[in-house]
Design a protein around this ligand. Structure first.
Ligand code: FMN
Length: 461
């Protein structure tokens, strides 16, 4: 039985996510990002296509590295304006029954106590379909919005994230026993106080002396997603992530990252095949190869190379406006994300990139590849990606919204199903059960599961 292929949709509560300029396409609905009916329609389409999840990216700052100010980001609409991703979820959860929601929340700017309650609330409201993409940010502009002169140094962000994770695991896993809520109307007891513990966390960066405010939600800890592939990011992912997002332009770039994270997880005593990895990719599919190529050519007319370099500047911390379009991009080390630059400088020793090539490539689907063709052509490519890199599936970006996702659902999904590489029904249960089988709660080999042992210890006395 070949390994099944999993699909996530990669979206953002903004206009130009990974394909700057395409908002101008006459069939594109990006301008409706402020309307719930766009999100509700999208979630229904994705559920019709049995997508595992809708992944909502987020940033808390503007892409002001290109040109040294926010002008380009504002003019091109590159992930600015951007609204809060979490607030979209309840409406979409009402319109669907199975689709998971992976929401991005940057832990650098929000204390763990209030954040843990927001996620518990969403886990309750979605019936256990919530996931958290753990990010620490890469934009100085986000730090400035939070009153800091610039973002914390790259590896220090991951050290702070470690402490944050300990704090939220304690709140989600350790504060309330499963049977704390008795709702005994006759006795007049809603919660048994002996079954709720005060969390005392005194870490290097965060302190908590409080009860978690929410009763246990279906999954307690949301499904944990992470997307760092630098050495520090990889260690963090190996410890905490249940699903990992990556992005790179080719299989050659992605395959060693997949292997490195699985090795790191195994060293930590986790089942390496139990971590699901998704790589960024854009699919342009139509009934025939020729129609798909024509569609891509038509999309390209709306692509916006300067918008692409505005994104790239934000991801890498390098001001691409200062570089000659025909210059080869060189590696530098800074405090922004590390893998975004690695992708085009060091990850493939046989490939160099000029600024112009980066601008053209990134303008549709970001740094991920664009796979174009008939359902059979695209399915062949996706199978090759999975078989050659060891990834589990794809984080699909859109070119034209929601057309790209509708095409995948209508053309590609049936082809993958015919090949026995795509599910024909959702599994029952929470997002964690759908993704991994097993329990709604963190698996026993996950570091966060250690925190629930406190109740087992109390019960054993
Ligand atoms: C597919 C993908 C999606 C990401 N989404 C977000 C996001 O929504 N918000 C964010 O701040 N960072 C996002 N990141 C950035 C990562 O969280 C991380 O900062 C980046 O990959 C660099 O990590 P590294 O320096 O450890 O490689 C994303 C990265 C990838 C590969």
């Amino acid at each position: 039985m070949p390994k099944p292929i999993r699909l996530n949709a990669f979206e953002m509560n903004c206009v130009a996510h990974q394909s700057p300029g395409l908002w101008r396409h006459p069939r594109d609905r990006s301008r409706d990002y402020k309307k719930l009916d766009y999100w509700i329609d999208l979630s229904k389409t994705l559920e019709r296509g049995l997508f595992d999840g809708l992944f909502l990216a987020d940033v808390l700052g503007v892409y002001d590295v290109f040109g040294g100010n926010a002008e380009a980001a504002l003019r091109h609409g590159t992930q600015t304006p951007v609204n809060d991703p979490l607030l979209l979820v309840p409406a979409m959860a009402t319109a669907t029954s199975h689709l998971g929601f992976g929401v991005t929340v940057n832990l650098s700017y929000e204390p763990p106590y209030a954040f843990a309650r927001r996620m518990s609330t969403l886990d309750h409201l979605t019936g256990g379909r919530i996931g958290w993409n753990i990010v620490t940010g890469y934009l100085d502009s986000a730090a400035q919005g939070a009153g800091k002169p610039k973002q914390t140094a790259h590896d220090d962000r991951y050290a702070i994230a470690e402490d944050y994770m300990t704090a939220v695991y304690k709140l989600w896993e350790e504060s309330w026993a499963d049977d704390a809520v008795v709702a005994d109307a006759r006795a007049g007891v809603f919660t048994d106080p002996s079954r709720v513990r005060r969390i005392r966390h005194d870490g290097p960066h965060f302190r908590i002396d409080a009860l978690h405010l929410s009763e246990p939600s279906p999954q307690r800890t949301p499904v944990l997603y992470q997307a760092g592939t630098s050495p520090a990011g990889r260690d963090f992912a190996a410890r905490h992530a249940e699903c990992i997002f990556m992005s790179g332009p080719s299989r050659k770039v992605i395959a060693p990252r997949v292997a490195a994270i699985r090795e790191a997880a195994a060293r930590l005593g986790r089942d390496p095949s139990g971590i699901l990895m998704f790589t960024l990719l854009t699919v342009i599919v139509a009934p025939t190869d020729a129609e798909a190529q024509a569609k891509l050519a038509e999309y390209r007319r709306y692509a916006d190379p300067e918008g692409a370099l505005t994104l790239m500047s934000g991801w890498t911390g390098i001001d691409f406006s200062k570089l000659d379009p025909d210059a080869i991009v060189q590696h530098v080390e800074n405090e922004a994300g590390r893998s975004a630059l690695e992708n085009i400088t060091r990850a493939d020793p046989d490939r160099t990139w000029t600024v112009r090539e980066v601008a053209e490539h990134v303008s549709i689907g970001g740094i991920g590849p664009v796979i174009v063709g008939s359902p059979a052509t695209v399915a062949d490519e996706l199978e090759a990606w999975v078989d050659e890199t060891g990834i589990d599936g794809f984080n699909l970006a859109f070119a034209v919204r929601p057309e790209t996702f509708r095409d995948v659902v209508d053309f590609l999904v049936p082809e993958l199903q015919r090949r026995g590489r795509y599910k024909t029904a959702y599994r029952k249960g929470t997002l964690r059960e759908k993704l991994f089988g097993g329990s709604a709660r963190l698996p026993p080999d996950h570091t966060g599961a250690n925190y629930r042992q406190v109740w087992q210890a109390i019960e054993a006395v």
